[in-house]
Design a protein around this ligand. Structure first.
Ligand SMILES: CC(=O)N[C@H](C=O)[C@@H](O)[C@H](O)[C@H](O)COP(=O)(O)O
Length: 238
């Protein structure tokens, strides 16, 4: 298994062409929430020109790695803990499982919230496996802390998801602030259109991760259905 593959950040810099990463995370328990479908999403994303993939769960990372030995994979584990709001790769054992499954980059929640393992401990564990660390951040201060702990990549992933209503638009203000301070910033979270993704790159994002708009068919269908409701039966021509 190519869990042993070790890419340097400079090699990844060279591999990025358009800077698009596709997150292949179907809606939980929906009709597309299936390991083989995730592998198909991954194949389709690469066929469409993506530079890399974001995959949830060690088992799915291993399946995608086996099917696509050369793919750049960012691995995460999502788990619901009873005593912490941290969901994305909260434990050191999650890190080891993702490393063994063949992830190149391992992303962890880097928010400064109550958590079972410190951000530094998770990043150290990622590096112990000779993998690269990405910090999923909710604000500039999260990114500063994670960068200080050695994270190679910091992302806007969790902006808007740590309290209050989730905004509709991406957090461009945070992206700009992070780009000015850190060398590799992942634009992630609600980059739902090619135009917003391109804008992120114009602003200096190292790469852009797009999930929902590509791999959550139910939600994209809802966007269309909601928009079309305005012109429902009453306004249709007789
Ligand atoms: C907040 C959180 O849990 N984000 C998750 C992180 O893996 C995923 O649910 C998102 O789909 C991913 O970040 C991509 O973002 P978007 O789906 O908006 O393109």
């Amino acid at each position: 298994m190519s869990g042993d593959k070790k890419l340097s950040i400079a090699e990844i810099d060279r591999q990025l062409a358009c800077g698009l990463i596709v997150s292949c995370q179907p809606v939980d328990n929906g009709p597309l929430d299936d390991d083989e479908i995730v592998v198909c999403f991954a194949r389709a994303a690469l066929a469409g020109g993506a530079d890399g993939l974001r995959i949830e769960g060690a088992r799915r990372v291993a399946k995608v790695r086996a099917a696509l030995p050369q793919a750049l994979i960012i691995g995460i584990v999502k788990r619901d803990l009873h005593d912490s709001p941290v969901r994305i790769t909260p434990l050191q054992t999650d890190v080891s499982a993702l490393a063994e499954a063949g992830a190149d980059i391992i992303a962890v929640d880097a928010t400064r919230r109550p958590r079972p393992a410190a951000v530094r401990a998770l990043i150290d564990e990622i590096h112990r496996h000779s993998k690269l660390a990405m910090a999923d951040c909710s604000c500039f201060e999260d990114a500063a802390q994670a960068h200080g702990c050695g994270a190679e990549i910091v992302g806007t992933t969790l902006s808007g998801y740590t309290g209050g209503e989730v905004p509709e638009r991406p957090d461009f203000a945070l992206l700009e602030k992070m780009v000015a301070a850190f060398p590799r910033v992942m634009a992630e979270g609600r980059f739902n259109t090619p135009a917003d993704s391109a804008r992120a790159r114009e602003l200096g994002a190292w790469a852009v991760t797009v999930g929902t708009a590509i791999t959550r068919t139910e939600l994209v269908t809802q966007w269309f259905a909601e928009a079309l409701k305005v012109h429902g039966k009453d306004s249709a021509p007789a």
